[in-house]
Design a binder for this molecule. Structure first.
Ligand code: HAM
Length: 423
């Protein structure tokens, strides 16, 4: 019978790479948690209209990349292509914006875009995102950027850069878009492109065709239109980033792929990833809540691409840090009943333990211990059980120490704690 395969273009993680994926994801989440962001767990599908209105009709995401279907009740449903619109929907629905501001939330999960698959670009991919809603203050912009930057540093990444820009306030964009439209009306474009430009002329900056790229390279630049207030906010963001030691470059020509952005926008770009080099991006979206039927509140956030961050770590040759795997592997001789009991006792104390199952000969079981990546191993036979003493072997050095079974948990806990201090 033909074997099933995963659908085209999805990313999936199985051992051992899944441990690396898990490490990246938990480091990103921890960086948000230490800054006071709380979990939101939201549905992976929503009313299609939420994304059409929130993300924007002119975007590639809405025009070409949504997984949209009719459910059994005849409703149009879409698998979430991004997280921000759903968060805003939930904040409005649960009146979170009527409490303490800013509302600070994070999420982690799968997102879906029907893109042409290639290295680092998947149809189901994973993000960790944060959103800070309800306070317009450049300090929050910097906090949000710092959550990403701190996580990347903790993950050991070095070969990336932060690009920032400002899309200004509504007056900025009004003035700018008027000039941009008049520039575009003076050049000749095909019908579809003209229609796209009339929905959102900024989208032409996304166009990959050389002739359109060439036209747009001569178009007016938004940064030249910033109102004094927007310019002051953007200057403040830069000053504060420098103050806390975050390097950045200003990119006047950054185009974010979603329509809701206003004010500060940013992208983290990794140098070793080829075409799909964006490991994370975000920005302010001050009109989004009102656009989705809520009150006029500002917001800012980011989405970080776990898949690409994992690829970036691999490209930089970064291994998993020590201490994430198993602490102990038990090789039972005989029935293994006692080994099972001891494993459970140790696991209750927070020690990560695995053991050989089945009727493995000692040699095979020792091989499993090696393969398991555990830091320590013990052999548990009739002699050890009757004497109550085991030989604790450190797998890397081969060194062994005699430890009583009753002291084993404490001995391991102490060694694990020392490992944390020394790393
Ligand atoms: P985005 O720039 O569309 O922003 O996506 C954020 C990140 O998700 C990208 O930088 C990339 O790492 C990853 N990503 C996007 N598409 C794919 C794909 N097809 N395959 C693999 N990775 C991908 C947003 O989604 C916004 N919701 C971020 C945000 C939150 N802005 C404000 N708040």
């Amino acid at each position: 019978m033909a074997k099933f395969q995963a659908p085209k273009g999805v990313s999936e993680y199985v051992p051992d790479r899944s441990s690396h994926f898990d490490y990246v994801r938990s480091t990103l989440i921890e960086s948000a948690v230490v800054a006071g962001y709380q979990l939101v767990e939201l549905p992976v599908f929503e009313d299609t209209e939420l994304f059409a209105r929130g993300v924007g009709e002119s975007t590639d995401v809405v025009r070409k990349e949504m997984y949209t279907f009719e459910d059994r009740g005849g409703r149009s449903i879409t698998l979430r292509p991004e997280g921000t619109a759903g968060v805003m929907r939930a904040v409005i629905e649960h009146n979170l914006d009527r409490g303490q501001l800013p509302v600070k939330v994070y999420y982690s999960g799968a997102f879906f875009r029907a893109e042409r698959p290639q290295a680092g670009r998947y149809r189901q991919f994973y993000q960790v995102g944060i959103e800070a809603i309800g306070v317009a203050d450049p300090r929050i912009d910097v906090e949000v950027i710092a959550v990403a930057e701190r996580a990347f540093r903790q993950l050991g990444l070095q070969n990336y850069r932060l690009e920032i820009t400002s899309l200004g306030d509504s007056l900025t964009r009004e003035n700018y878009l008027a000039d941009l439209r008049s520039y575009i009306s003076g050049v000749s474009l095909d019908e579809e492109t003209t229609a796209r430009a009339s929905l959102n002329p900024l989208r032409l900056f996304d166009d990959k065709r050389p002739e359109v790229k060439d036209l747009m390279s001569k178009a007016p630049v938004l940064m030249d239109y910033l109102t004094p207030e927007s310019a002051a906010d953007f200057a403040k963001v830069q000053e504060l980033l420098s103050m806390i030691g975050i390097d950045f470059v200003v990119n006047n020509r950054m185009v974010r792929g979603l329509d809701y952005y206003t004010g500060t926008a940013f992208e983290f770009v990794h140098n070793d990833l080829g075409a799909q080099s964006g490991i994370g991006g975000g920005g302010r979206y001050d009109g989004l809540m009102a656009q989705l039927g809520g009150q006029e509140l500002s917001g800012i956030g980011f989405g970080l691409g776990i898949d690409r961050i994992l690829l970036a770590r691999e490209a930089e040759g970064l291994a998993l840090p020590d201490g994430l795997g198993l602490d102990l592997y038990i090789v039972p001789l005989g029935t293994g009943d006692e080994a099972l009991k001891i494993s459970e006792e140790l696991r209750l104390r927070g020690i990560r333990v695995d053991l050989a199952f089945g009727d493995k000969a000692l040699k095979g079981a020792m091989k499993s211990a090696d393969k398991s990546g555990a830091r320590y191993a013990i052999v548990l036979g009739a002699d050890e059980i009757s004497s109550g003493v085991v030989s604790l072997k450190e797998m890397k050095s081969g060194e062994t120490t005699s430890v009583t079974l009753s002291a084993l948990a404490n001995e391991l806990i102490e060694r694990i704690a020392n490992l944390g201090e020394n790393s």
